[in-house]
Write a protein that binds this ligand. Structure first.
Ligand code: GRF
Length: 220
């Protein structure tokens, strides 16, 4: 089966993009990175992708009159590189219904919480404020509403006593770097399909262990 052509959208650091690119370089991975697009030309991730010899495109959203004009350019860049599947990886622009619909079930996003809990920004601060004991990250197909859409995979991460936003973000991020390649593999290989707005995995999974976290200590 030919590899799925993946376009990665970033806005900043791009550590998830790096995890995806590295995974796609492994033998037998069913997808290949064909372009990295950023809405910020100074994004650190863009420099990394360039150094790796990946095609990169910077499209500054501020240069466009409105979201639709920006998205038309973005769509064209993806078509120019014959992209079949988009991975949003820390891409900080809301997309309009028109763009989302064009790439329906062909665009993934990663969010640093167990959706549908804690969509939006400042996730880890809100998780800590609520005293949640298990958080994590989610890879999902994109829909118009922010951080919503059929869930492909989730990783659970324990909140530890004394955690700060920073320490929790770092623990979740290292789970993200494992989860996103796994989710991409499942989607690119055609093992996941969307039915009635739910992602269905057609392969075999052994039963995972439950993750139990007691409320041990008060936090700092
Ligand atoms: C990640 O936490 C991702 O879940 C969120 O934004 C962050 C991006 O980090 N959407 P990076 O640019 O991939 O390092």
């Amino acid at each position: 089966m030919p590899k799925k052509r993946v376009g990665i959208l970033i806005s900043g650091r791009g550590s998830n993009m790096q995890a995806l690119v590295k995974a796609m370089a492994t033998t037998g991975f069913p997808a290949e990175p064909v372009v990295v697009v950023s809405n910020r030309s100074e994004a650190e991730g863009l420099a990394w992708a360039k150094e790796r010899g990946l095609p990169t495109v910077a499209i500054d959203h501020r240069a466009y009159a409105n979201r639709m004009a920006f998205e038309a350019r973005l769509h064209q860049a993806l078509l120019d590189h014959h992209v079949e599947l988009i991975c949003n990886a820390g891409f900080m622009r809301m997309l309009t219904g028109g763009f989302v619909e064009r790439w329906k079930d062909r665009q993934l996003n990663i969010h640093p919480s167990l959706l549908p809990s804690f969509p939006g920004l400042d996730t880890h601060r809100r998780v800590l404020e609520q005293g949640v004991l298990i958080t994590g990250c989610t890879v999902h197909f994109i829909r118009t509403e922010m951080d919503s859409g059929p869930i492909v995979a989730q990783a659970a991460v324990a909140v530890m006593p004394g955690d700060t936003e920073h320490s929790l973000a770092a623990r979740v991020l290292s789970a993200e770097h494992k989860l996103y390649p796994l989710a991409l593999r499942l989607v690119a290989s055609g093992q996941v399909r969307v039915e009635n707005e739910t992602a269905i995995f057609a392969g075999n999974l052994h039963e995972p262990m439950p993750m139990l976290v007691p409320a041990v200590n008060s936090r700092a």
